[in-house]
Write a protein that binds this ligand. Structure first.
Ligand code: PXL
Length: 274
């Protein structure tokens, strides 16, 4: 069985980061270890939160895992609270990476055209450096604009994908792409340096935090399970669409998370299908 370590925060309430990655990657049939960078009572989409920063724990945890001789087939990073944490995570990757390790970076930084308010102005540049170490990066459109130092607005997806690859990652996936202006479809566009890919599904009338984390986790799970890149993209878009569909029909839905749990069976059968 493949083993992944994912480095991101643990938010007790509001499904995102580790509480999205652990169940999805496990469901894919891949061992998922979690290195928590912070513990939050709830993610930052709520009006307030209690936060315990764990920056000081990153290095000793890495050293201990090294002493145990632990190897990871993939390293997957998500929301990182500070530039200081980013430096420690780069060191962790350099320490644990082998020729076969797949490094996934979801450059979680913002949404709807804006950098998350908890992050500092130097953050996108630091994130670029982390993306340069990755095999696969998975920004949304806002994060793509931040990485490429562009204004948020009209965009040409293929041109942005070409620019993203120049940062240094092997493959780039842009999430939250709407292929027409009708707002009926949403999905992902990707580029592996040779070929472009596009996968879309019907857009649901719900807007929930954590969908990007679920998409990235589904990609990590599918690829480490052995699905090819194109199949992983299709399954991850379908997974998010299905989760959004269950959320939209739930009269008791929470605005702070999607009903991804109900979408797991379809995801599992899709990535396991021949
Ligand atoms: O979904 C991304 C994310 C992850 N973790 C925390 C967040 C956010 C988005 O705001 O606040 C703590």
């Amino acid at each position: 069985m493949k083993r992944v370590i994912t480095i991101q925060d643990f938010s007790c309430l509001g499904k995102c980061s580790l509480t999205a990655a652990l169940p999805v990657i496990s469901a894919a049939g891949v061992e998922c270890c979690g290195l928590p960078t912070a513990v939050l009572s709830n993610h930052t989409g709520f009006p307030s939160s209690h936060i315990r920063d764990l920056t000081e724990e990153i290095k000793p945890i890495g050293e201990q895992l090294k002493r145990l001789g632990t190897r990871f087939d993939a390293i997957y990073t998500g929301y990182i609270a500070t530039s200081e944490q980013m430096e420690l995570i780069k060191e962790f990757i350099a320490e644990f990476r082998t020729e076969d390790t797949v490094v996934f970076v979801d450059p979680v930084m913002g949404d709807n055209g804006r950098l998350y308010s908890a992050l500092t102005a130097d953050y996108p540049q630091k994130m670029r450096e982390l993306c340069a170490m990755a095999d696969i990066i998975m920004p949304n459109i806002t994060e793509t604009c931040l990485l490429l130092e562009r204004d948020y607005g009209e965009y040409d997806t293929k041109e942005m994908l070409r620019e993203l690859i120049k940062i240094g990652a092997g493959k780039a996936v842009i999430t939250g792409v709407q292929p027409d202006n009708s707002g009926e479809l949403t999905g992902a566009a990707a580029y592996d340096g040779a070929r472009f890919y596009e996968e879309y599904a019907p857009k649901q009338p719900v807007l929930c935090m954590g969908t990007g984390d679920l998409f990235a986790s589904a990609m990590v799970g599918a690829i480490m399970r052995g699905a090819g890149f194109e199949k992983a993209l299709r399954a991850s878009v379908d997974f998010c669409a299905e989760a959004a569909r269950f959320t939209a029909i739930d009269s008791d839905r929470r605005e702070y998370g999607v009903n991804f749990e109900q979408a797991l069976p379809k995801y599992i059968s899709e990535i396991n299908a021949q």
